[in-house]
Design a protein around this ligand. Structure first.
Ligand code: ANZ
Ligand code: ZN
Length: 818
């Protein structure tokens, strides 16, 4: 078998493409534009990993194919380079983060180029570049002008180890996402972003984009709309009122007490009227350091304190009811206050039991008004059981039924009563969202300075736009101060400035932005990366945006993706971008796991280095292997033998004999057309593994025929080119063509030649039939396996296959360890 010199060939073509600017997108070309994007990487010191290679190659395959179909293509790359790992590294080593970033991006760039990825390098952006973050700061100022960026004293999630405020999204199970330290609450003046003002639109417009369903659902749940009402309860002998948020206005006649969250401003405002002021204060202080998880976990012992000396009035029946402060009610949700209905809510029930409060039933578990009598509907037993427990007072009743103890509303179904009662008590129907405003400040160094000046006389003054960028100054120490202020606070000659409004002494804001800022708009900058008058020209934005296809990790669905949609919608409202959504389509790749199915990690020593593989078998084999690895959106386990197998496949392609004196084999001709069709379709739906297996089947057939015509050979190379671009180009050139393969048109299947011989194959797992496939007759084991795996993905998920048995043209059996 002929070997080929991958080092020489890959270098040759990479240099050629670089010199020719082969993959540069042409602004405003007449061809249809196509804008494909991967999440720009954080240039960490570890360099590229095989996970990057998987997702970037997949989209590279799409890009190369669609270019060959005549699209004007934009496939850009850049660096999301602000952030904690670089800063922490600087902290440890004393090295300037700018230098660290430069070293890391240089390394990444070289690695990426060694893979033959067809990025448009002329549009490279870097979020830490002042000419870039000048515009991040500019967008911040526009948000500030519209009051969407605001300063507020809030309880924030504070990581005592990193000394940093965290957004809710960065807190995982009560701990810091980065270092795992339990998060505490701390009161701090913070810059906030009013993303909640966009909650409804962020939710509704998910219907207008083509997102992978998992991502759409995850965003919907995160935004979390809840339809209910805000109802006011007045306080006796006072003109103050307590506004509660409830989704069950129908139960108001059963509201036997009120609960304020410890964060509620009324707790302080009412303090002077309380006879147990000290007790209340102690409780509130303690609640501040209890995590939200502990506060809301079902079954946790309920705690609280009664506000002695104040009384609320239920607006429905004018009854006087007590007011409590308790931490099971959260400050940041709804209005931070509830009407408690212990007979029909688990938490209220537990609390009422503990504090001996009245539990008054207002829903009776029989549906007399809406659905007919449950006894007639065949649910007697179920209903009776529930009813017995409920009537014994053993548990709250959460089901449907009809109203009782509710004056004029008795006998109504809850659903009907709700609207009527909202009207009766003069309440307002509202939709509340789980989504919270975005904590935007970071008391750190390696981020964009927030372009604000604080003046004693004028207050908060934005830095005038013509003075942007506010450049991040060099410092000696990267350690945040112990008071939690940014290290920038130590640089007097940077902090002290004149107020742009009154000329008096003033101070710069020393907080910086989170690393979600620069990534919220980078796709806009790619369209016009050198522009120093605007963040991008309207012309180019109109031509290129929105992004047609964006691939990225599932872990970014509720952070980056949501923030970015929010900024985009704001820019749209300002008339600065032409579309209301930034990304028309979103896909997501599965993780690559180590050979044993565990997570790959440097510390465990089970990660695979792309560099090594590029050196030993070549980028083409690596690319092809990663595409063959398994369904793109599923997690897959790595296997080094597989890479070697791909190398062998490429060598066999290089060995094919071309002979135009022999007529085209009709079997090969049919299969070629089938393969063109299959590969073209599979690429578009990211079924790269089955595309590769189709090419393997074609190769087998070509080999059986002893030789192939140059027509067949040429078409094969065109199909192979997006996956293994270097070797495909080299073989094309060796075949005597004077133009480059990348400039050739993508092949089109001849519909009249698609019918041929296929065979039906049964798929089994441990001998049990799990599906079947139709595949070219005499397909080899690898090909059958790839197509079969695809067909039974859901059965194999999370299972480890120990052996595979193939009976040619009959069946394939996966032996799985149960
Ligand atoms: C009275 C009531 C009666 C309620 C009943 C439920 C059942 P979702 O669906 O999650 O939006 N609630 C409101 N604000 C709260 C806060 N800040 N902290 C904790 N709980 C809060 O839940 C809405 C319900 O959760 C509201 O409806 C309120 O309790 C409670 F039989 O009001 B309900
Ligand atoms: Zn001033």
């Amino acid at each position: 078998m002929k070997s080929y010199n991958h080092k020489k060939i890959e270098k040759k073509w990479q240099e050629k493409w670089d010199k020719e600017n082969a993959y540069q997108a042409i602004d405003k070309a007449p061809e249809k534009k196509d804008y494909l994007m991967i999440e720009f990487p954080y240039p960490s010191g570890d360099g590229l990993h095989v996970g990057h290679v998987r997702s970037w190659t997949a989209l590279d395959v799409v890009a190369r194919k669609r270019r060959a179909q005549g699209r004007n293509f934009l496939y850009p790359i850049g660096w999301d380079a602000f952030g904690l790992p670089t800063e922490n590294y600087a902290l440890k080593t004393g090295k300037d983060p700018r230098i660290v970033t430069k070293e890391n991006t240089d390394k990444f760039r070289e690695q990426i180029k060694s893979l033959g990825l067809s990025f448009d390098w002329s549009r490279e952006v870097n979020t830490t570049d002042p000419s870039y973050y000048r515009w991040t700061q500019w967008i911040f100022l526009q948000l500030y002008k519209k009051r969407l960026a605001y300063k507020a004293k809030t309880l924030i999630n504070w990581c005592p180890k990193d000394k940093i405020g965290l957004a809710n999204e960065e807190v995982v199970d009560g701990c810091c996402e980065r270092c795992g330290t339990p998060v505490v609450k701390r009161e701090k003046e913070q810059w906030m972003m009013a993303i909640t003002k966009y909650a409804q639109r962020l939710y509704d417009d998910l219907d207008t984009v083509d997102y992978i369903e998992r991502a759409r659902t995850q965003q919907r749940n995160w935004i979390g709309p809840s339809e209910g009402a805000e109802i006011e309860f007045s306080i006796k002998d006072s003109d103050q009122k307590i506004k509660v948020f409830t989704t069950r206005a129908d139960t108001i006649f059963g509201a036997t007490y009120i609960v304020l969250s410890p964060e509620h401003p009324l707790v302080d405002e009412l303090a002077d009227r309380l006879s147990n002021k000290a007790e209340v204060r102690t409780y509130v202080e303690k609640a501040k350091n209890t995590s939200e998880i502990d506060r809301t976990t079902e079954g946790n012992e309920k705690t609280g304190v009664k506000l002695d000396g104040v009384i609320a009035i239920n607006p429905a029946n004018k009854e006087e009811i007590p007011i409590f402060v308790a931490d099971y009610v959260l400050g940041g949700y709804g209005t931070g206050a509830i009407m408690a209905v212990p007979a029909h809510d688990e938490r209220d029930f537990a609390f009422a039991r503990k504090f001996n409060l009245e539990i008054r039933s207002v829903i009776y578990p029989e549906n007399i008004s809406l659905l007919g009598n449950p006894y007639d509907l065949g649910f007697e037993e179920e209903v009776n059981n529930e009813k017995q427990k409920y009537l014994h007072g053993d548990k709250p009743y959460l089901g449907n039924g009809h109203l009782i103890n509710s004056s004029d509303y008795n006998d109504l179904a809850p659903f009907f009563a709700k609207g009527k009662i909202i009207e009766f008590v003069g309440a307002k129907a509202v939709t509340t969202f789980k989504l919270r405003d975005w904590v935007f400040s970071r008391q750190r160094y390696w981020g964009e300075p927030i372009p604000i000046i604080h003046c004693d006389k004028c207050g908060i003054v934005p830095v005038p736009e013509d003075q942007l960028p506010v450049v991040l100054p060099e410092v000696e120490k990267y350690q945040p101060t112990d008071t939690g202020e940014s290290p920038l606070a130590n640089i007097a000659d940077w902090v002290n400035v004149k107020c742009p409004q009154c000329g008096g002494d003033a101070k710069r804001e020393t907080d910086v932005m989170p690393n979600w800022a620069g990534s919220s708009w980078y796709y806009l900058r790619y369209t016009d990366p050198q522009n120093d008058k605007e963040f991008a020209s309207q012309d180019l934005l109109k031509y290129w945006t929105p992004v047609d296809w964006y691939n990225g990790g599932m872990e970014h669905t509720v952070l980056h993706l949501l923030y970015s949609r929010f900024w985009h919608k704001f820019l749209f409202d300002e008339g600065l971008v032409p579309s209301s959504e930034p990304y028309m389509k979103r896909t997501s790749h599965g993780l690559i796991l180590a050979e044993d199915g565990s997570k790959m990690s440097k510390s465990k020593g089970n990660s695979v280095s792309p560099d090594q593989l590029v050196a030993s078998v070549g980028a083409d084999s690596l690319r092809l292997y990663e595409m063959f690895l398994g369904p793109f959106d599923q997690p897959v386990a790595w296997n080094n033998n597989g890479v070697v197998g791909m190398r062998r496949f490429l060598e066999r392609v290089a060995d094919l004999i071309v002979n135009d004196e022999v007529k085209i084999d009709p079997k090969v001709e049919t299969l070629l057309n089938q393969t063109i069709k299959k590969v073209s379709e599979d690429i578009e739906s990211l079924k790269m593994n089955t595309a590769v297996s189709a090419m393997m089947i074609l190769l087998n057939e070509c080999e059986k025929a002893d030789s192939v015509t140059s027509e067949v050979y040429g078409a094969f190379l065109k199909l192979l080119a997006p996956f293994a671009p270097h070797l495909a180009h080299e073989l094309w050139e060796q075949a005597g063509h004077s133009t480059e393969l990348r400039l050739e048109k993508w092949p089109v299947a001849d519909e009249s030649k698609l019918k041929g011989e296929t065979t039906h194959i049964i798929i089994q797992i441990n001998g049990k039939m799990r599906g079947d496939i139709q595949i070219a007759t005499d397909s080899d084991k690898a090909a059958v396996e790839a197509v079969a795996r695809e067909a039974i993905v859901k059965y194999l998920e999370g299972k480890s296959v120990s052996r595979i048995v193939v009976v040619p043209n009959r069946l394939i059996n996966f032996v799985v360890v149960e």
